[in-house]
Design a protein around this ligand. Structure first.
Ligand code: SF4
Length: 362
């Protein structure tokens, strides 16, 4: 049963209640020859957001837990991919207490397919601390939030502004891109001086009240208009404030590391209605994978091949059907085929298992 009930204090409701901006409308540093009118910028941005902002499920709640879940899921992941996971997560784990009591296997199974599983493990660990130490209520202070596993500066500020409407900036991929272009920042934003400069610029613009609306608006400008490639400058609501001479070249970052190629060999071993699996202790720690082979089977062709990306790797997965019947180490188990749905299995291995099982006679 889903006991989670989104509160009806949506951004849209809050916007209708009015956007109270405080502070002077004067230039923020480095402005000559044209003054950067902060209040004017905010109002223009928020007016655009009122008409064009995205309706997202985590914007329909003020629940700090739900907002924290959304922020963890959104790290490195597109909004469209996150939405079904977010809804399912809240259905299964509607609050810190439910999540704290869940097993790691249940948590990883629910996260399965979203990738970067450390986020799920950290969220689980954070829930146990919040439940045990704070009676299931997320501490409001940013410094305390940052002591929880997986919660860094961005996530703590995002929860503070979206759940508690604190006047704090947020710097993530979308807002970083917008700010780097608006201010034509020539520092690399993935290195400390550039990163700090971004946070300072973000802080200089954030309003004292209704900061959550302004921050949502800045994020949506990056997601909808100020795109990484081919930004829509021609229809950008804040074009007159923007100093970028070559927007597509910004933000500056150091060159991406080259893609590394890896080949991995695994065994597909079945016995009656069971399959041999191994609990991973590194890349997919806690999840169940096909047992790894130290080297490929001599003179045999893989029964299944695929390629998948992993961080900056391109991994070739080769799976060999084997007759071996013995368990080779303590992390291996014979699992019932009909129990696979409830096990956390990383997507590349889940696809391999499904393909190979479908080829089995009977
Ligand atoms: S004018 Fe272009 S580069 Fe500047 S903020 Fe708007 S979309 Fe981004």
């Amino acid at each position: 049963m889903n006991s989670f009930k989104p509160q009806l204090n949506t951004d849209e409701t809050r916007v209708r209640e009015g956007f109270g901006i405080q502070g002077s409308d004067i230039c923020v540093n480095l402005c000559p020859p044209v003054a950067f009118r902060t209040n004017h910028f905010r109002r223009t941005l928020v007016n655009w957001y009122r008409r064009n902002g995205r309706k997202l499920p985590w914007r329909e709640t003020g629940d700090p837990y739900a907002i924290l879940v959304s922020e963890c899921m959104l790290q490195q992941t597109q909004v469209a991919s996150v939405i079904p996971y977010y809804n399912e997560w809240l259905r299964r784990f509607p609050d810190f207490g439910t999540l704290a009591r869940a097993s790691e296997s249940q948590v990883l199974r629910t996260w399965q397919g979203l990738g970067y599983y450390a986020r799920a493990r950290n969220l689980h660990a954070a829930a146990k601390i919040v439940q045990g130490r704070y009676d299931g209520i997320l501490p409001r202070t940013i410094a305390t939030m940052q002591k929880l596993p997986g919660i860094g500066r961005y996530t703590a500020n995002a929860v503070a502004t979206f759940a508690f409407d604190e006047s704090v900036p947020i710097v993530e991929a979308n807002t970083a891109r917008v700010l780097a272009r608006i201010f034509d920042l020539r520092e690399r934003i993935d290195q400390m001086p550039g990163r700090e400069l971004l946070w300072q610029r973000a802080l200089s613009l954030v309003p004292k009240s209704s900061a959550h609306i302004y921050n949502s608006a800045l994020t949506d400008l990056g997601a909808l208009s100020c795109l990484p490639r081919q930004p829509k400058c021609g229809i950008c609501p804040v074009k007159k404030f923007c100093r970028a001479k070559d927007p597509e070249a910004l933000p500056l970052k150091k060159a991406r590391p080259p893609t590394l190629r890896l080949t991995e060999h695994h065994a597909f071993v079945t016995r009656q209605k069971r399959i041999l699996l191994q609990q991973s202790d590194h890349r997919w720690r806690g999840m169940w994978i096909l047992p790894p082979l130290k080297r490929r089977s001599a003179n045999r062709r893989p029964a299944y091949k695929s390629i998948f990306p992993f961080t900056n790797h391109r991994v070739a997965l080769n799976v060999y059907a084997q007759r071996r019947q013995k368990i080779e180490n303590r992390s291996q188990r014979w699992m019932r085929v009909n129990s696979l749905e409830s096990l956390p299995v990383p997507s590349p291995h889940r696809r391999a298992i499904a393909a190979l099982l479908s080829k089995r006679p009977g």
